[in-house]
Design a binder for this molecule. Structure first.
Ligand code: FMN
Length: 201
C-alpha cells in the first residue's frame, strides 16, 4: 500500500480549518532536528491558552535528543511499546499540571483540563511548521518525578513526542498498519446532544 498524505487527513462533513484536518498522530519521525525558534514558538502558543482563573497550571519539561539528559530521562519513563517508535522523535515533552490555585491554595479541579488545552494549542501551532506530535499516556509518572525532582504540587500529565514526519515503512511492521489506516471519529449525533441526553443535536 502506497502512503499518501491524504490517507490521514480527516474526512470531515464541514470544511474545517486546515490545521484540524491535517493534524494526526504519527509514530514515524524523520529524526531531523527542529529549530529551537520553532520549539519556542509552539511553547508560547501553549502559554496563550485559556485557563481557570488564568492560573496557567501547565509546565513543560522539554527534551531534545542528543542535548543533555532530558530527552533520555523522558524516554526512560515511556513504556516499552511506545519506546519502540518514540526512539526517532527528536523532541520529547513532558507536560505537568499544578494541582492547586496559587491565589488561594484551593484545589483546581481543572488543572488537567487546562493543561490538555495548552498541549492542544502547542500541537496545532507546531503543525504550522510541519512539526507533528504524538501524545502518550503510556509512561511512568514516578520515573519523571524522580529524575526531574518534580514537586508534589505538580502531576505529570502526558508525554508528547514531536518532530518532522518520517516514512511509515521505517516503523516496525506491527506499527505500520495504524500508520497507514484511515482515521475515524464518532458521528456528531453521538457526541452532541440537545434537550435530553443522547438526543442528537
Ligand atoms: C491523552 C492521550 C494519551 C495517548 N496515549 C498514547 C500512547 O500511550 N501510545 C500511543 O501510541 N498513542 C497514544 N495516544 C494517541 C491516540 O491513540 C490518538 O490520538 C488517537 O488514536 C486518535 O488518532 P489521531 O491523533 O491521529 O487523530 C494518546 C493520545 C492522547 C490524547
Amino acid at each position: 500500500m502506497q502512503f499518501t498524505e491524504t490517507d490521514k487527513r480527516a474526512k470531515t462533513e464541514n470544511k474545517l480549518n486546515p490545521l484540524f484536518e491535517n493534524r494526526w498522530s504519527p509514530r514515524s519521525f524523520s529524526g531531523e532536528k527542529v529549530d529551537k525558534k520553532i520549539i519556542k514558538k509552539f511553547l508560547e502558543a501553549a502559554s496563550w491558552s485559556a485557563s481557570s482563573f488564568n492560573e496557567q497550571p501547565w509546565r513543560f519539561i522539554v527534551g531534545i535528543k542528543g542535548e543533555g539528559m532530558t530527552w533520555d530521562h523522558i524516554f526512560d519513563s515511556v513504556n516499552e511499546w511506545n519506546q519502540q517508535w518514540v526512539k526517532n522523535a527528536p523532541i520529547l515533552i513532558l507536560a505537568c499540571a499544578k494541582k492547586h490555585f496559587s491565589r488561594n491554595q484551593k484545589e483546581n479541579r481543572h488543572h488537567f483540563y487546562d493543561t490538555g488545552q495548552a498541549v492542544n494549542a502547542m500541537i496545532l501551532q507546531a503543525l504550522e511548521d510541519e512539526v507533528y506530535a504524538h501524545q502518550m499516556a503510556g509512561f511512568d509518572p514516578a520515573v519523571c518525578i524522580d529524575k526531574f525532582e518534580i514537586p508534589s504540587e505538580f502531576v505529570p500529565v502526558v508525554v508528547v513526542a514531536m518532530g518532522y514526519k518520517g516514512e511509515p515503512q521505517e516503523l516496525k511492521e506491527e506499527y505500520q498498519k495504524a500508520e497507514l489506516a484511515e482515521r475515524s471519529r464518532k458521528a456528531l449525533g453521538e457526541i452532541a446532544f440537545t434537550e435530553v441526553w443522547e438526543k442528537a443535536f
